[in-house]
Write a protein that binds this ligand. Sequence first.
Ligand code: GLY
Ligand code: MN
Ligand code: MN
Length: 491
Amino acid sequence: MKKYLSLLIYLLIITGCNHPGGRSWMIPVSIDPSDLAYTPSQMESFEARRSQVIDSLNNSFVILKSTAPCSFNRHEFRPNNYFYYLTGYEAAGSYAILSSDPQQKFTLSLPPESIRSLIYSGGALPAEEIQEQYGPDNLVSYKEARSLMDSLVQTGATIYTDRSDIAFLAKLQKMAGEDGSTQFSNIASLVDEMRVIKESMEVEKLQKACNITARALTNVMKECRPEMYEFEMEALIEGTFLEYGSAMPGFNSIVGSGPNSTILHYEPNTRLMKSGDLLLMDIGAEYAYYTADITRTIPVNGKFTPEQRSIYQLVLDAQLAAIEQMKPGKMFMDGHMAAKEVIVNGLTELGLITDPTSPWQIKFYILYPSSHFLGLDVHDVGDKGGSFAQFMEQTPLDSMKSRVLEAGMVLTIEPGLYFREKGLEQLPKIFASEADSIEIAEFIEEVRPIYEQYVNTGVRIEDDILITTRGNINLSRYAPKEIEDIEQLMK
Ligand code: GLY
Ligand code: MN
Ligand code: MN
């Protein structure tokens, strides 16, 4: 696996992962969905994953369903991540059953077929093709899978399933009956650690997802003008995703201008953009079920104001300092800590922090940890060596304990600064229990004249970083983020 990762990294380097220059921003992404299909040798990776899971099954079973619950006509089909990770199979309404019985290690069911489903959805792949491509020991009908599951849940053996699929869990529990002897454990405990270290074929999908997303962002940089609506930019973004074979975004597109740039997860995308606004876009194409997660912030009229420029450059400096920390042996939160140091120093210089050792002043500006894992889920699975709350509680002097970074991990680096219109007014409420009210009032009085210059400025810069044996590769490197590059592209 390591060998493939090194080869891939080498290929990425020779195919131009260096910082692209000039106005054209050549992003190496083509309309070529052939890379959505897996080669036979890639299919062996799915088999290896199953073997690893099966090796840890001791008189227990895995039962997974391909579909997460969704309502008709509302959502496109997308397989359950655990089901997909262990099978590579994509049809709706199928089951995968893993067992340590050598004759039946991997049972896969055909999707249910009815005249109605044939008329509305077309047929599934022929059974012979499914057998050849996905290699189950037993390929069974939907009905046979249901009766096999029915008998397995009666045996009293532990069943591993995706406990976050509440509807399916409830169904299994009902099948098992009342006596409560069957334990339903979370498949996460067997698979999440495997998902943390990405294989080369996963990195390829993530790279393409990032390249499509970078293309969408540069398209917006070229087209964005005052007096356009946020949703016009959203249309351009998601249209670009589709154009390159990304079936859907990996999460709801956040396209927020002016005051909306300060709302972390703003999603309506309905405002008319004005000259002088910033536009924050936090977006990610999903490609072969792997999602990018990139944020860029641009001036709607193509030129940053001096105030926007100073906040933007501060966030960018923080982000670059954080990316420097992304190498094996460093800790998951070292990037966050480096970004924090730059931001606290910068805000102190600007007069927006009066005491750089004050935990509550820092928490007023730094709202979340700057990293999460990325993969099949946008906030991907895996132990980070601490919780969100622990990561936020640290004081500037603490050395932060978290998980040691290893080659093959992919994580985001996404510091930001957000000056909400009523931000200072909210302060006493936010910190009622952890700061003295007189101290807060004095802070507000001192900081207000400066804070007001930045109101409605929201800046986040987010990249997707692959840890390599030597350091890292920025998978989102093709999305411009230097001030001069953005302004040049927007001319
Ligand atoms: N797009 C959500 C996040 O950046 O975490
Ligand atoms: Mn994001
Ligand atoms: Mn993110």
